[in-house]
Design a protein around this ligand. Structure first.
Ligand SMILES: NC(=O)c1ccc[n+]([C@@H]2O[C@H](COP(=O)([O-])OP(=O)(O)OC[C@H]3O[C@@H](n4cnc5c(N)ncnc54)[C@H](OP(=O)(O)O)[C@@H]3O)[C@@H](O)[C@H]2O)c1
Length: 274
């Protein structure tokens, strides 16, 4: 881990109500790109110092420099492949001396196309990252936050979590796992001072589309997702951040689950050029 010390020129960020409630430090996984990166910048703007986690160390170092320069917070880069149990365990062990009060679990990837044709390594790796690593860190940090008497976990769910999705069957199943874990954990931790929030956006324009083989030409921005999610933290258990997520959920929620699956089949066919 590379420690970055704020320079004299930095102007400290004003501490927000969120930082006063959960801070002073936050961990963000998937911080090198997309939604995780947007969370990191928004949290730094609100006064949090950050532990930034992903595999691409150079991107994390650049982001750490940026948030230190712009907001005067502290930032550390922790390079880890969270598909590995041992490397996920480092998030806990290497931050033990830091007063972490919030964790955003945004690292994840998806897939597209028929499950029978997909690479088994990619599909099982998706379960390792989206589910196993997320559960591991959620448990490690829940324990710390309960002992500390306050804290918050943000779990990246998705619109796809609420029904089966043909051509992204395994990905949608991983997000159903995240959504269900968040709902149960939120109630378990009620009264402990620890809040849990599942964030379920619709399509977001980020590196995700290219990595998952989906065409996401238009959608929400990562910044909209991060801000909308943080506004809901401590107020509810699930948030559909932004207008598009709310509109899509409102229209889908009118349909029986069977039809939702059929609608998602058409949406995915459009997004994968099938
Ligand atoms: N984009 C969407 O439409 C959308 C919609 C709903 C929910 N989501 C969810 O939101 C989360 C973030 O998605 P995004 O749109 O920001 O995707 P993204 O732009 O592709 O970013 C994914 C992040 O995860 C990190 N990551 C991937 N594999 C990793 C690994 N093995 N170990 C550690 N870090 C890893 C990547 O960093 P490195 O490559 O540097 O490791 C990157 O920082 C995901 O959980 C996704 O399922 C996305």
């Amino acid at each position: 881990m590379n420690q970055h010390v704020p320079t004299k020129q930095n102007v400290p960020a004003a501490q927000s109500a969120l930082c006063a409630a959960y801070g002073p430090w936050a961990v963000v996984t998937g911080a090198s790109d997309g939604i995780g990166r947007a969370f990191a910048i928004e949290l730094a703007r609100q006064g949090f110092s950050l532990v930034l986690v992903a595999r691409r160390g150079a991107a994390l170092d650049d982001l750490a420099d940026e948030v230190k320069r712009r907001f005067g917070v502290k930032a550390l880069a922790l390079v880890a492949d969270l598909a590995s149990f041992a490397q996920t365990a480092r998030l806990d062990s290497e931050t033990r001396d830091i007063d972490v009060g919030l964790i955003v679990l945004a690292a994840g990837y998806g897939g597209s196309g028929p499950f029978v044709d997909a690479s088994q390594q990619a599909e099982l790796g998706m379960i390792d990252l989206n589910c196993r690593a997320l559960a591991q860190s959620a448990q490690d940090f829940s324990r710390r936050f309960v002992a500390r008497g306050r804290g918050a976990l943000v779990l990246m769910s998705s619109l796809v979590a609420f029904q089966g999705v043909p051509r992204a069957a395994n990905y949608a199943a991983t997000k159903a796992y995240v959504q269900t874990l968040a709902e149960g954990l939120a109630v378990e931790l009620k009264g402990s001072g620890v809040d849990v929030l599942a964030s379920a956006p619709g399509p977001v324009v980020s590196g995700f589309g290219a990595r998952s083989g989906m065409k996401i030409a238009s959608g929400q921005t990562p910044e909209e997702v991060a801000r909308g999610t943080l506004r809901a933290l401590g107020r509810r258990t699930t948030v559909r951040p932004g207008f598009l997520a709310k509109a899509l959920e409102a229209s889908l929620s009118l349909l029986p689950r069977y039809f939702r699956v059929r609608v998602m089949a058409k949406v995915m066919a459009g997004m994968t050029g099938a």
